[in-house]
Write a protein that binds this ligand. Structure first.
Ligand code: CMP
Length: 138
């Protein structure tokens, strides 16, 4: 079983979409092996997205991620990283396929409702960034 980090972003939490997104996760073969609802601070968001620190959207992205509560999740299944990215859809909801979370729920490329790790290396970093080993039960 592979693990990935997922985030339900502030725009989705604000619109009461936590339940709908969790339902899609569970009905698509993932097990939720850790979960917490919290609000990020700017230093925490900046540390999490440090790989994007040179990008023009870094300041807006990190500020946006602190505008309201988020739900942090560790998801497990075979090919969890790729399967969660498939279920989310393209980063920009305009490019996302029908039936994906971002197509159905996202507002724009910034308020795109969900995050997922993009590689095994980043998944390991991102899971450890938010969860200790004892918080993850398979
Ligand atoms: P996420 O999967 O959380 O990873 C980085 C985030 O940056 C991405 O989703 C988008 O919400 C956000 N972002 C904002 N602008 C851009 C952009 N031009 N290209 C890629 N990501 C962007």
């Amino acid at each position: 079983m592979e693990k990935t980090l997922a985030i339900i972003k502030p725009d989705a939490v604000e619109r009461n979409l936590i339940g709908k997104i969790l339902e899609r996760i569970e009905s698509n073969g993932f097990r939720i092996v850790a979960m917490k609802r919290t609000q990020l601070t700017l230093p925490v968001a900046e540390g999490f997205y440090y790989v994007h620190k040179e990008r023009p959207f870094f300041k807006d992205l990190t500020t946006y991620m602190c505008t309201g509560p988020v739900v942090l999740l560790v998801l497990a299944r075979d090919s969890a990283i790729a399967e969660w990215r498939k279920l989310m859809g393209a980063t920009n909801p305009k490019d996302a396929e029908a039936g994906t979370i971002r197509k159905d729920f996202a507002i724009d490329i910034e308020k795109n409702s969900a995050h997922g790790s993009d590689s095994a290396e980043n998944a390991a970093f991102e899971i450890a960034y938010f969860f200790s080993q004892t918080e993850i039960q398979e």
